[in-house]
Each structure stands twice: as structure tokens, then as C-alpha cells.
Design a protein around this ligand. Structure first.
Ligand SMILES: Cc1ncc(COP(=O)(O)O)c(C=O)c1O
Length: 373
């Protein structure tokens, strides 16, 4: 099963399996879904949404010339991909500050986002010092309200021969709303009129845009979540065949039978309703198994769902395995992913924890080794 592991050595039996072939499959499915002229910037922010960015970046070569390159959150993430040997284009999607970080960006041939006049001037200074124009993408804020020039600020943004503007982009705030997206795209198109003809690629579409908003495609898209096998809202599940890339597993480390009425874990928020067989699993909120899953989460043991009982603690959780026969210490348990005919999906875990699948995936902490399968 195991080809390589990323992160700490696997001794404690709690790990995440990363199915690199599923990632390749998802890339190909996304490419097939789009017109052939559209290239893909694979978004690998937050260390590839918690999966480990560099093995996935390497696998993305499966796209051939449909792969534009990668989008990352920060300079550090871009440098990590360069250090792992990736040669493709890498756009740093975050706003850069302090401005000294532009030096690191240029040293590593990363492409910075220019989101303000001040950042443009800082980049120009460095380009002049190096004697050649600096590549960059400009960011316009059409409604996300995070970073980017307003359309008005962009209208008076001075052209500068030291800035090699290769791209211009905005981000959708509500891809699940056709009307908000139409409004943002209208504003974007008005703002960038004339730019596309000069070779600067506009790009907008995130996963929701890729699957549901063709007007956001242009000739480059920036999907993240779908590449990890998850759709941003349920109805999109019917539009494309995706495979979850990450499974999260552990093993029973302790087992006991307790009488009816036994209180369990911190705060005694759970009491057994009958004589129960309780398994202890070595995973907790320090691994990203969220405390909100206390008395709500479910795990798969022998292909059957078993409830998390009592509070999730920092390093351990308890599950009720009453009714299952043959469960022993060492039994494999699936926290996320498939076992037998059943599957716990990130979307489902996110619902239990009242969050989104993105946060579940990114939240699996560094102490959980990622094992490539
Ligand atoms: C600027 C930008 N582009 C693209 C993406 C990818 O979004 P998604 O994962 O919804 O496809 C993100 C992620 O948040 C982003 O911040």
C-alpha cells in the first residue's frame, strides 16, 4: 500500500492516505469538463488543502499543456514547490507584505500578485535594480472584499515598463449565486476591457466557477477543491465524476466493556445507554479531529458506522463499537474515506462540525503523516 510518506514518521497509528491517482483522475475530469482552450492553474494553497502540495504538483504533469502551473497562498509555499523541483509557473495568490518578500519571489521565479499601487511600486523598484521587468498578475476586487484594486483604482493604475503584466484576475465571492457571479463578471469585464488582447490572461473561475459558471472560464481557471475530489455545493456532484483524494485512518488502541450508565470523557457529556463496548482511538483535536464532533461524529469499523461518544479530547476519542463482533486492539478505523460499502465524506464531517469541507481538510494537522498510495 505504502509508497512514500510525507511528514512525521508513522509510529502512532493515525495517518492520512493520499491517493495520487485520484488527484490525476480529478485533474483530467476537470480538463474534460472545460473547453480545450482553457488551461488549469491547480490551486495548492495551504500545502495542497492539507494533502501535501509537492507530490500532487508533480502528478499534475498528467495534464500536459493544459496545465498552466500552480497557485499558492504565500511565498513560503511557492519556495517549497521550487525546492521540491517544480519548474512550472507559480502564482502567489496572497497579497505580498512585507515588500522585501518580492526579492524572494523574484529569486525563485514566482509570480507575485500586485493588489495595490504600493505593491506595484515596490515591485518596480526591485525590477529596476535587477535590470529586467518583473512578471506579475494584477488583482481586482469585484466584490470579494479581501485584496485587490477597486475598479476605480485600476482605471487610474499607471502602466509601467518594469511591470510585465501576464495576468489579471478577480475572485468570486458567491460562486453558488448566479446573480452575484454575473454582477462580479460584468464589473470585471468592464474593468479589463482591452487587456485580454494584449496577452494578459484574465482568470476568475474557482471550483464553483469551473463547474457552474462558464462565463468565468476565459482561457485560464483556478480550481482548488474539485481537484481534491470534492464539490463546493452538493448539486454539483452530478456534473462531474470526482474521487476524494484523502482518506484519514487510525487503529483501535484500547478496548473495554462498560455497564449501562457509564459516563465517558471530559465533562461527562455522554453516558452509555446499555452495556457497551467502547474503543479508544489515538486521534483528537490536535490532529484536526474537531471538538465539535463530540457526540456527533461517526467512524467506520468493519465497514459499519460507529458513533463518537463523549467529548473529543486533544489526542484521543472514544467510539461505541457495541454490536460489532471481532473488533480487537489494532483494528483499522476509517475517520474519512471508504471502508467496505460505506464512506465518510469530508462534506458529511463538515456538516457534523458545522463547517465546510475545506476547513476539515486543511485542518488535519502536521502531526498526521501523509502517506502516498
Ligand atoms: C484566489 C483564489 N483562487 C482560487 C481558489 C480556489 O478555490 P476553490 O477551492 O473553491 O476552487 C482560491 C481558494 O480559496 C483562491 O483564494
Amino acid at each position: 500500500m505504502t509508497k512514500a510518506s510525507v511528514g512525521p514518521r508513522l509510529i502512532r497509528p493515525t495517518w492520512a492516505e493520499i491517493d495520487v491517482n485520484a488527484f490525476r483522475h480529478n485533474l483530467a475530469a476537470v480538463a474534460d469538463h472545460l473547453p480545450r482552450r482553457v488551461k488549469i492553474m491547480a490551486v495548492l494553497k495551504a500545502d495542497g488543502y492539507g494533502h501535501g502540495a509537492s507530490p500532487l504538483a508533480k502528478a499534475a504533469s498528467v495534464l500536459g499543456n493544459r496545465l498552466w502551473g500552480f497557485g499558492v497562498s504565500s511565498v513560503e509555499e511557492g519556495v517549497a514547490l521550487r525546492e521540491a523541483g517544480l519548474k512550472e509557473k507559480i502564482l502567489v495568490l496572497g497579497s505580498l507584505f512585507p515588500f522585501d518578500s518580492f526579492d524572494t519571489v523574484l529569486d525563485h521565479h514566482l509570480i507575485p500578485t500586485v493588489a495595490s499601487r504600493a505593491s506595484a511600486s515596490a515591485l518596480v523598484q526591485r525590477a529596476q535594480r535587477r535590470g529586467r521587468p518583473a512578471p506579475c498578475h494584477l488583482k481586482i476586487d469585484t466584490g470579494m472584499g479581501r485584496i485587490g484594486m477597486s475598479p476605480e483604482a485600476f482605471a487610474s493604475f499607471p502602466k509601467n515598463p518594469w511591470l510585465q503584466v501576464d495576468g489579471i484576475y478577480t475572485h468570486l465571492a458567491c460562486a453558488d449565486s448566479a446573480s452575484v457571479t454575473a454582477h462580479q463578471l460584468k464589473l470585471f469585464n468592464q474593468t479589463i476591457k482591452g487587456f485580454e488582447k494584449r496577452g494578459e490572461s484574465p482568470h476568475v473561475g474557482n471550483s464553483g466557477g469551473v463547474l457552474a459558471r462558464p462565463a468565468s472560464h476565459y482561457s485560464l481557471v483556478r480550481p482548488g477543491l474539485v481537484l481534491y475530489g470534492i464539490v463546493p455545493w452538493p448539486a454539483l456532484g452530478r456534473t462531474i465524476d470526482l474521487r476524494p483524494v484523502l482518506s484519514w485512518k487510525t487503529r483501535v488502541v484500547f478496548l473495554k466493556t462498560v455497564p449501562k450508565g457509564t459516563p465517558l470523557s471530559y465533562g461527562w457529556t455522554w453516558r452509555t445507554r446499555r452495556r457497551s463496548r467502547i474503543a479508544t482511538l489515538p486521534v483528537g483535536y490536535a490532529d484536526g479531529y474537531r471538538r465539535d464532533l463530540s457526540n456527533k461524529g461517526q467512524v467506520l469499523v468493519k465497514g459499519r458506522r460507529c458513533p463518537v461518544v463523549g467529548r473529543v479530547t486533544m489526542d484521543q476519542i472514544l467510539v461505541d463499537v457495541s454490536g460489532l463482533t471481532g473488533v480487537e486492539v489494532g483494528e483499522e478505523v476509517v475517520l474519512l474515506g471508504r471502508q467496505g460499502r460505506d464512506q465518510v465524506r469530508a462534506e458529511e464531517m463538515a456538516d457534523w462540525a458545522k463547517t465546510i469541507s475545506y476547513e476539515i481538510l486543511c485542518g488535519i494537522s502536521k502531526r498526521v503523516p501523509r502517506v502516498l498510495t
